[in-house]
Design a protein around this ligand. Structure first.
Ligand code: F6R
Length: 606
């Protein structure tokens, strides 16, 4: 997804912009560009990687004001000319933009009739021409930007500079994140803190509708109607080291391997061994309110949604409250009935997924009580929710979610324990769950030690044209997430089904060409699951079983045996080998593991 970096200060902007853009590479992009101001605007932009851009930026590219961009094509193919920044015809104004301008065609026709010459096919270019038209008469750049934005329908995060005002950058946000970075006599802005942490940890998040003016000695922020707004800087606890591969071949493997520590961080300070409860300080709900909910509805997208399915299961089992999960992208469009006695929980690693944010906003409009389970501190979804739980998993750089998925499931276990203990969950069961949660980091380490075996299995199965993933009840979301991981990074087609549904249709697909990954925990459904394996084998299907014991070779060709925890918590552990399986299948097939085709890290557009 597109990335923005901006700088104003005493240093040369170009190297800072290029470094920042490099830090945003993980989000996925197809072209990149920078512009700096020094007695006029100097611009370079290319289709390709940030390294290709750096190669064409000359050493004489001096100037302490500039903006940069990585583009992920929406309007117009990836090309040098469609890459951002976009200039006005008189080359006075430069704009970079994330988001989509829905009325771009209409505005473009009007601007062309008025003499503007468009060079690109992008929607963004209307902004540089619109601003150029108003800046001549406006008292300030911010006034010209505000006037232009009033004519825009759609979403944006933008950064704008004016050749005739060499000491300031104007940025604005509506639906696409912008975060300011406060330095020593210098200011930064970016679409993601990843681009800033090398230079500063003091940040300010803009709200939708806000605009900011950045000068070397500080910044001012304004609401849409030009009223000044007061902002409290936040200190981010992630540093540049979090964004390095740390000696691993891929971010994905680094993030899978980090899970013993990231899970420990999600749990830290939250388990109470005296009363066997969970302390979740950010929920902002007293015990009476916590008891008043009769249902829990969980929303999130993709892997976040699958972790929500594990969460719903945990809440039903431990708190005995009816709970279910639904894709936020569907929920927001179906005019959901919002009930006062339902607790809504929104999940997001990035905290910026547009569909999830829009669903939360819809819930808030209808008076719903919404908690967020979010990784990125201060992100839009975190700010929009009434309270919540931060994952503290550290930045997730690889496009495919792994450690955030696991930490979300752990955060749900804490929430379920909390809801359960203010209801009917006994102290003994509370203790059992607390102890189980404490065992998780060590057990994840044991699973990671199985990597050589899983790598071999991945090589064995990677050339299958298609794979089936099955699980029953607790195992079903595990199967769904396993299939999702495999397809998104290895591009091997994968289907996930409840094991119980197999004979109602998909069994027709089973044969030697379609192996099955079966999630078979040692729980009360073990016998039913083994029967399913028998049915698959009877049709010539190969089976890779992931469970707690080695199966009879008549039922499974291969087994990955993971340590057992409490039955309610087992799905968390059963998911880990499937991450390694997908990773090694993708490596075996030579895929771009950290940046799978067509995908972006955070989906900030509809
Ligand atoms: C899959 C994946 C996506 C995200 C989804 C939600 O590996 O990463 O399915 O889980 O786009 O993203 P967040 O959690 O940032 O809202």
């Amino acid at each position: 997804m597109c990335g923005i970096v901006a700088y104003v200060g005493p240093k040369d902007a170009a190297p800072i912009l290029l470094e920042g853009l490099q830090r945003l590479e993980y989000r996925g992009y197809d072209s990149a560009g920078v512009v700096v101001s020094n007695k006029g605007l100097k611009m370079r932009k290319v289709k390709g990687r940030v390294a290709d851009l750096a190669a064409v930026v000359p050493a004489r590219f001096k100037g302490g004001l500039g903006i940069g961009h990585t583009r992920w094509a929406t309007h117009g193919a990836p090309s040098d000319v469609n890459a951002h920044p976009h200039l006005s015809t008189d080359e006075r104004i430069a704009v970079v933009h994330n988001g989509i301008i829905e009325n771009a065609d209409e505005l473009r026709a009007k601007l062309e009739a008025d003499g503007a010459v468009f060079l690109s096919e992008t929607d963004t270019e209307v902004l540089s021409h619109l601003i150029a038209r108003t800046v001549v008469e406006a008292d300030s750049l911010e006034e010209a930007v505000r006037a232009a934005l009033k004519r825009i329908v759609g979403t944006y995060g933008i950064a704008v500079i004016d050749a005739q005002r060499p000491g300031e950058v104007v940025v604005a946000r509506n639906g696409s994140p912008i975060v300011l970075g406060i330095g020593e006599k210098e200011m930064f802005a970016a679409s993601d803190v990843a681009a800033l942490v090398r230079y500063t940890r003091q940040v300010v998040h803009l709200e939708d509708g806000e605009l900011a003016v950045l000068k070397a000695d500080g910044f001012s922020t304004f609401a849409g109607d030009a009223r000044p707004t007061a902002k409290e800087p936040l200190t981010v606890d992630w540093d540049a080291g979090h964004y390095d591969t740390g000696g691993y071949e891929h971010y994905l493997l680094k993030e899978i391997s980090e899970q013993p520590e990231t899970v420990a961080r999600t749990l830290r300070g939250r388990l109470d061994d005296r009363f066997h409860i969970a302390h979740l300080g950010g929920l902002n709900m007293d015990a009476r309110e916590t008891r008043s909910f009769r249902r829990v509805k969980i929303i999130g997208c993709g892997s976040a949604y699958y972790s929500g399915q594990i969460g719903a299961q945990l809440i039903e089992e431990l708190a005995r409250i009816p709970a279910d999960a639904e894709p936020a992208s569907e929920f927001r469009y179906r005019s959901p009935v919002v009930e006062p006695d339902t607790l809504y929980v929104a999940i997001s690693q990035s905290g910026e997924t547009y569909d999830t944010l829009a669903a939360v906003q819809e819930l808030k409009r209808k008076g719903g009580r919404v908690l967020g389970i979010v990784n990125t501190v201060g992100s839009a979804i975190a700010r929009e929710c009434d309270g919540g739980v931060y994952l503290h998993a550290g930045p997730e750089v690889s496009v495919a979610s792994t450690k955030a998925f696991t930490s979300t499931a752990v955060a749900f276990a804490l929430l379920a324990l909390h809801l359960g203990r203010v209801r009917d969950l006994s102290p003994a069961d509370g203790r059992r769950i607390c102890e189980g949660l404490r065992r998780l980091p060590g057990q994840i380490k044991e699973i990671l030690a199985l990597e050589p075996q899983i790598e071999e299995l991945a090589r064995k199965y990677a050339d299958s044209p298609s794979m089936m993933f099955v699980g029953r009840v607790r195992g079903y979301p595990v199967a769904r997430e396993g299939a999702q991981k495999l397809k998104e990074i290895s591009y091997v087609h994968a289907e996930a089904y409840p094991a119980s549904e197999l004979k109602h249709g998909p069994l027709a697909l089973i044969g030697p060409e379609m192996p099955t990954v079966a999630i078979v925990p040692d729980d009360e459904l073990l016998d039913k699951n083994l029967t399913t394996l028998g049915e698959i084998r009877a049709r010539g299907g190969r089976v890779l079983m992931v469970g707690h014991r080695t199966a009879d070779p008549k039922l499974a060709d291969d087994c990955v045996v993971v340590p057992r925890n409490e039955t309610e918590l087992d799905p968390i552990l059963l998911s880990i080998p499937l991450q390694l399986l997908a990773y090694h299948a993708a490596v075996a097939l030579g895929r771009d593991v950290d940046k799978p085709r067509n995908l972006a890290k955070s989906v900030t557009v509809e």
